[in-house]
Design a binder for this molecule. Structure first.
Ligand SMILES: [Zn+2]
Length: 131
């Protein structure tokens, strides 16, 4: 059964829901994610919903300007992004979800410092059903 996880930024202006089984999370070592300390859960967008605070979101882009990284303008917390690997999808920062025991989840490393090679491997493993 998929459960709806609720999440928020620190000040509570931005809230969101993620309907998903939190099977595994992704730790990316790119220049942005490593500084944020964000851990990501990918999902197909249909299960993700911004509940409040759309007007409080700040967009940050860098490099190829493909990914869209959102944070709260008030407290600065990065709640979710549209990743470069799937620009129409959303990934959620698992650290912003309520009541999630991160140590109980399996973590996959994504080598964002070598994005092109990592993305290729990631897409291949998905089509083979490994992820
Ligand atoms: Zn906030």
């Amino acid at each position: 059964m998929e459960k709806t996880n609720k999440g928020s930024c620190h000040c509570g202006r931005v809230t969101f829901g993620l309907r998903a089984e939190l099977g595994a999370i992704v730790e990316c070592n790119c220049s942005l994610c490593s500084r944020k300390g964000a851990l990501w859960h990918g999902n197909d967008g249909a299960h993700f919903e911004i509940l409040t605070g759309k007007d409080d979101l700040v967009l940050y882009q860098f490099g190829t300007m493909t990914a869209k990284h959102y944070s709260c303008r008030q407290c600065g917390i990065s709640t979710f992004s549209r990743p470069r690997i799937a620009p129409t999808a959303w990934v959620v920062n698992v650290r912003c979800l309520d009541g999630v025991d991160i140590s109980s989840l399996k973590t996959h490393a994504f080598d964002g410092q070598n994005w092109e090679q990592s993305a290729q491997r990631f897409v291949q493993s998905r089509t083979q059903g490994a992820v």
